[in-house]
Design a protein around this ligand. Sequence first.
Ligand code: NI
Length: 282
Amino acid sequence: MKLFETHAHLDLPEFDADRERLINKCFDSGIEYIINIGFNKETSLNSLELAKKHLHIFATAGFHPHDATDFDAELIKRLAREKNVLAIGEIGLDYFRNLSPRNVQREVFRNQALLAVDYDKPIVVHNREAHQECYKILKEAEAKDVVFHCFSGDIIFAQQVLDEGWMISFTGNITYPNANLDDVIRMMPPEQFMIETDCPYLTPHPHRGKRNSPLYLHLVAEKIAEIRGITPLEVAETSFNNAHRFFRIPPDPVKPVSKKGGKSSKGKKSKKTTVKDKKKDK
Ligand code: NI
């Protein structure tokens, strides 16, 4: 099964003992891309470092509501210009844990949403018990490419988000008995969802209690498949394509080819370009 892990925190100390081994294992077992998510200065920088080391790991940069008081706009602007940083996030509001004052959370979220729009980057949203305020800030910023990561609303809020053309994303928490997300999973249009682990957190059943990793992502696909009455393969493929489009995954760099082949194909290419360019000029 070909999978796209859209939300991991592999830079965290939980992975210090086996990070590279685990990443290789992921890429050997069907994971094709990983988005590693920043949530403050340190993790945004570390996500970029990880992305620079691995062709198919990309980073995001952002200040989570828990870290809102440390917000550094210049850092986000600098990271937004990096080619391996594909989105701004995770950013948003957390009115459940309230680790930062709510007015600071709102201000920092608004700032980053506006930066994301300025720099033409998709936004990864963290939202806990702040549905309407998150919605309002994103609307006011005129954000177009948005994913509500670890979606936690009801079908009414899901519909509101989907009507904007935004995405919703699911973690291992859909496998928990109290998840209450079956209706949302049934009603969402196939082109508007993604899957993620949010590892090392939110380990899916039956591994709950252990460290989470992208190796358990298939369990999220399987749960969605069960609820929608389709195959896990369909879920994996659809969410893969959605993620590829949403994060605007760049093509792999072209590998050097053999001398003979390289020359001839190069020649053809440059000829074509010239014709095209001429046409454009006129
Ligand atoms: Ni996260």
